[in-house]
Design a protein around this ligand. Structure first.
Ligand SMILES: C[S@@+](CC[C@H](N)C(=O)[O-])C[C@H]1O[C@@H](n2cnc3c(N)ncnc32)[C@H](O)[C@@H]1O
Length: 384
């Protein structure tokens, strides 16, 4: 099961098709598929816009705490966990009699410990070892029990370690880039780059770099997992990575500190040489290139203060875009006056960033001559 944030569903679905898992429906913020641990490894390594990868161990009716206990107890926990596993419970309940989810989590944890104690013949559980996040979600009195294979959320690629104001979640940035007209070879510019999330995700996308090839995941510590599955997924990622040059991406920001942080993050992600950084006011941007794509996340006031007024900033941003006749522009913002200031938007999509509802405003530009590029979403290459 892949939990997916609002706005990112279509991007995850397209990537699953490209990875060979077919067209899977998204239901209540999750996409489900069947597979083994090599699939778990591939999904964790390759997915750009999914939040995490869970495995469902079982699902059963749970009208009462006794039913919940029995259902959880019947699952083969000894194949995954050890007496040292640090078991963390996570849960939610909707339209169900067992609405007290904290109490339900306590009952489920007791059942896991009882099962481990009986099957492993141990009485003490120090919980000082590897993390195991168990999810219990109860919907219409049916409990679904999952283990989180990812551990840290998949947005934690490992490159973004320094803090800067109002950063964009990496998974949201990846979904915006993937759903845009941007493809390797096309000009790209983020004129408000902040800590660099959009240009880094765009460069990784253009180079077909699997975003999480270098990091660790919780599932490799489980007893039943063959550790080579992750090595194989990493080898596949290395194989499909595009070699050679791509058109350089542009990342600018009015704050020198932001530019310095963005550069640092791009270096950590291994894409710095593909990005041209500039400490510049966006009003100075212009380009002779054709069919480029502007993707930005301008300030919107809620989390970041700006001098001057936002309305004129957005109006001036629209002026910059108008000087680039064949370009497309996408920007994510929670500024309520954004559309009035920038101009009527033909295509809008809802996202959440740090729990703030935001709108992605899309202004698709002219189509390049035939054969030169593809449309929005779905221009990905192999293993994408
Ligand atoms: C919401 S933040 C961008 C966050 C970024 N997407 C990230 O993930 O870190 C907006 C950025 O716009 C920059 N900014 C504000 N006014 C600007 C201007 N006139 N020209 C260029 N950048 C500007 C701010 O310095 C800030 O870094």
């Amino acid at each position: 099961m892949i939990p997916v944030a609002a706005g990112c569903e279509a991007s995850v679905k397209r990537q699953l098709v490209a990875l060979g898992y077919g067209d899977r429906p998204a239901d209540a913020g999750r996409i489900s598929l069947t597979g083994d641990f090599s699939d778990v490894a591939r999904l964790n390594v390759f997915l750009r816009a999914g939040e995490r990868v869970l495995v469902e161990l079982g699902s059963f009716p749970a009208h009462t705490f006794d039913e919940l206990f029995e259902g959880v107890f019947s699952l083969p926990w000894e194949e995954f966990l050890s007496p040292h596993s640090a078991i963390l419970m996570d849960g939610k309940s909707y339209k169900s009699r067992l609405g007290a989810i904290k109490a339900a989590g306590g009952v489920a944890k007791k059942a896991i410990i009882r099962r481990l104690s009986e099957k492993l013949g141990v009485r003490t559980f120090d919980e000082k070892g590897e993390r195991a996040v168990v999810g219990v979600s109860i919907l219409n009195d049916v409990a679904s029990v999952t283990l989180d294979t990812s551990g840290d959320g998949l947005h934690k690629r490992g490159y973004r370690v320094r803090t800067y104001d109002a950063p964009l979640r990496e998974t949201v940035a990846a979904a915006i880039v993937e759903g845009s007209y941007f493809r390797a070879g096309k000009p790209f510019a983020d004129l408000f780059c902040g800590s660099g999330t959009l240009p880094v995700e765009a460069a990784m996308y253009a180079l077909n770099i699997a975003p999480n090839a270098a990091r660790e995941f919780d599932f490799t510590k489980w007893k039943c997992v063959d550790k080579t599955v992750l090595l194989r997924a990493r080898a596949e990622a290395a194989d499909v990575r595009r070699s050679g040059e791509i058109a350089p991406l542009f990342a600018g920001d009015i704050s020198p500190r932001a530019v310095e942080i963005a550069k640092f993050h791009a270096e950590r992600a291994g894409v710095a040489r593909h990005i041209v950084f500039a400490h510049a006011d966006m009003r100075a941007f212009t380009s002779e290139e054709k069919y480029g794509v502007l993707i930005s996340n301008p300030p919107y006031g809620e989390r970041i203060g700006v001098d001057g007024d936002l309305f004129s900033l957005y109006r001036d941003f629209a002026g910059v875009f108008r000087r680039l006749p064949d370009w497309s522009c996408y920007f994510l913002s929670a500024y309520p006056e954004a559309e009035r200031a920038f101009g009527r938007c033909p295509k809008k999509r809802r996202f959440y960033n740090a729990h703030i509802p935001c709108t992605l405003y899309a202004y698709p530009g002219a189509k390049p001559p035939r054969g030169a590029a593809e449309g929005e979403g779905g221009g990905a290459v192999s293993a994408e």
